[in-house]
Design a binder for this molecule. Structure first.
Ligand code: ISL
Ligand code: CA
Length: 554
């Protein structure tokens, strides 16, 4: 049975630093989010995933937690969070927190005590002696450098999957597992209704002879975490960020009976163009490969598990710049097409803040404009390889996570209405035209398109429980698929290119009323609803009853 609690969910991701600043220190905060609750309610989203809001030295903007029980003072206080939760609830919106449990900050009290070999924290992290005066055998960390870092006090090396200031917790230590379950329970009591578990498929590790992720251990630990915390309240929604998950393991994580999580984020779609991998040279986005993957995942997960669907997050360049086109005239069309494509799929749709108004990549010019630790570490690495500043900026510009982190564009006022003070990261100069104020009352805007899309997604049940069928799988840029159940079917057309196509007769809509949404407004009008010509970046969703189709085929 599909989990009913997921039927109408549309989750909105907020990067609090960059959403709305209430006290003009240039940093977004919890009161800022609360001040925009009407906006979020009017958008129609059901849950807000806040990226980490806990105390942190911000080496990785909150993904390095130094205290899981304290709110980062830059974001406000615990009472501000309580007010935010209440305000959201009054609009039927719930809050999802981001739990970074693979690692902590090196400033976390546990790490400080572990360095000093203080009981019972001695084995809270992964420590090893050096070999012949050098680091134990290991790979390169995700954010650059070796996974092993020497600690002067303990005179041993500790293991870090990400940055050197993000030491990995040792989940094989039962007390670590207990303490993390306590953290989850604490926030559940505060009224938090969802959890995103960061980099969760890295928690299970074999420690000897070399440190290696071990999926059996990850399942074991997660199972225990579920049993001791969120598993006790079935209404809670969980999503695991599982960077390495394939279909088989995603099924296992999210099996409706035995799974540990409600859904996972899988990254196979998002890794197709090589963004943020290896040399940071962006590759062509292969649509045929995407189609094969979508088919594989949609058919393979249906009735067996569930996933979160996304094309953008705080970890990737902006989706319109990456998969669409910023060329004037195509920004709206390509951005709305991408949203339509995504919302038509099975799984829970996620919207990353700003994507609903078409925010795009920043026009970077210099390395010193970047703030993200990953980008800066890579810039250093490229410089060491002898690349010139221009080439480095180019690579960062195409790949950097900072593209998604520039301040939210509320209006065409100074700093885009994000703050009255200078923001921590520069505002995209296109805020004069790309902003909420301009779009909110314009019926033809991307923002209002999203509102309609969210509405139909909640109303039409085929989005939730319709099976999937790819149509025209060989076409290299037109995505065309069906969601069906019994004798009802929903068709989704999404043209990923400027090319024109002609739709086969048997697939044409039969009635203008059957068009649920369309990004070319004439598509829902009497004269053009059944026009077989598909235009650049055209996208629409329509119902087609079985009978209509059979009649047509006679
Ligand atoms: O394999 C990966 C690295 O390229 C990713 O799939 C990895 O799982 C992902 O980058 C993890 O991201 C999460 O944890 C990071 C943090 O910086 C990101 O913002 C967060 O989303 C470390 O906490
Ligand atoms: Ca602030």
């Amino acid at each position: 049975m599909l989990p009913e609690k997921l039927r109408k969910q549309v989750i909105y991701q907020i990067y609090p630093r960059s959403f709305k600043d209430s006290n003009n220190d240039g940093i977004g905060d919890l009161n800022g989010i609360r001040s925009q609750m009407d906006y979020l309610a009017c958008l129609g989203v059901t849950m807000l995933w806040l990226t980490p809001i806990f105390k942190s030295p911000n080496r990785d903007n909150g993904y390095d937690v130094s205290n899981y029980y304290e709110i980062n003072p830059e974001f406000g206080s615990e009472s501000d969070l309580e007010k935010l939760i209440d305000s959201a609830h009054s609009k039927n919106i719930s809050i999802m927190l981001d739990m970074v449990f693979n690692h902590t900050s090196d400033q976390h009290d546990w790490f400080q005590k572990s360095r000093a070999r203080e009981y019972p924290y001695t084995d809270f992290y992964i420590w090893k002696d050096g070999v012949d005066g050098r680091a134990p055998k290991g790979k390169e960390a995700f954010f650059g450098g070796d996974v092993w870092q020497f600690d002067d006090l303990r005179k041993q090396y500790y293991y870090h999957t990400f940055d050197k200031k993000q030491p990995d917790l040792n989940w094989s230590e039962p007390l670590v597992r207990k303490k993390l379950a306590d953290v989850v329970n604490y926030w559940i009591k505060k009224g938090v209704a969802g959890f995103r578990f960061d980099a969760i498929d890295y928690i299970g590790k074999k420690l000897n002879p070399i440190v290696e992720t071990d999926i059996e251990l990850t399942h074991k630990y997660l199972n225990e975490l579920k049993k001791n915390s969120y598993g006790q309240d079935n209404s809670i929604i969980t999503v695991g960020e599982t960077g390495a998950a394939d279909l088989k393991s995603s099924r296992r994580y999210t099996d409706f009976k035995t799974g540990e999580l409600d859904m996972v984020f899988q990254f196979e779609f998002m890794n197709l163009d090589g963004v943020r991998s290896d040399d940071w040279i962006k590759k062509e986005f292969p649509i045929i490969k995407l189609k094969k993957l979508v088919d594989h995942w949609q058919k393979g997960l249906f009735f067996k598990g569930w996933s979160g669907q996304f094309l953008g997050s705080h970890d990737f360049p902006r989706l319109v710049s990456r998969f669409g086109s910023e060329t004037s005239g195509y920004r709206f069309l390509s951005a709305s097409m991408l949203a339509t494509f995504l919302f038509g799929l099975q799984g829970t749709p996620y919207i990353y803040q700003g994507d609903e108004i078409g925010m795009s990549n920043f026009p970077w010019q210099r390395v010193d404009q970047f703030r993200d630790i990953e980008s800066l570490n890579f810039a250093g690495k490229f410089a060491k390889q002898g690349l010139g500043p221009e080439e480095i900026v180019k690579r960062l510009a195409d790949n950097s996570r900072d593209n998604a982190r520039t301040p939210f564009q509320w209006s065409n006022d100074q700093y885009a209405g994000f703050s009255n003070g200078k923001p921590w990261l520069a505002v995209n100069p296109n805020f004069k035209t790309v902003n909420v104020q301009r779009e909110i009352n314009d019926n033809t805007s991307l923002l209002n398109y999203y509102r309609r899309l969210i509405k139909i997604r909640k109303q039409e049940t085929l989005f939730f429980d319709g099976d999937f069928k790819m149509l025209d799988g060989e076409n290299d840029s037109l995505f065309f698929y069906e969601r069906f159940k019994d004798d009802r079917r929903l068709l989704v057309v999404a043209n990923f290119s400027e090319k024109r196509y002609v739709l086969e007769n048997k697939f044409l809509p039969k009635n203008e009323k059957d068009i649920l949404i369309a990004n070319y407004s004439d598509r829902s009008k009497k004269e053009l609803f059944s026009d077989p010509n598909i235009r650049p970046f055209e996208s629409f969703i329509y119902l087609l009853d079985k009978e209509g189709r059979q009649n047509d085929q006679k």
